[in-house]
Design a protein around this ligand. Sequence first.
Ligand SMILES: [Zn+2]
Length: 125
Amino acid sequence: MHELSIALNILDIAAEEAERRNIDCVEAVHIKLGPLSGIVKSALLSAFDLAREHSALPAARLVVEDVPIVLYCEHCQAEQPVESIQELVCPVCRTPSNHVVAGREMEITALEVTALEITDPDIKA
Ligand SMILES: [Zn+2]
């Protein structure tokens, strides 16, 4: 499964980064995901849940930020956000464009870590 290898890859990169910075517990890994990345978000989320159990980061959640598709429109000479993934056209002048500026990315943007250890069970977040 395509998404499982991507999930393992994300965990690897995050674990490496955590080790480099001496972080014991990563609570969440934040990624940016474009609709044209070829990755199915729901499949990635469930693959990540499976993969993390046997990884160095069993407690890490995956937080996905959806990135909009942005095209460069030759006619408007401007970058334009696309309204539908089915239709790669400029929202202003309806000119089709193959010049994708954003929307293909899959990148790790942040690691969320436990800043301090709370030992008092009465303290609730
Ligand atoms: Zn246009």
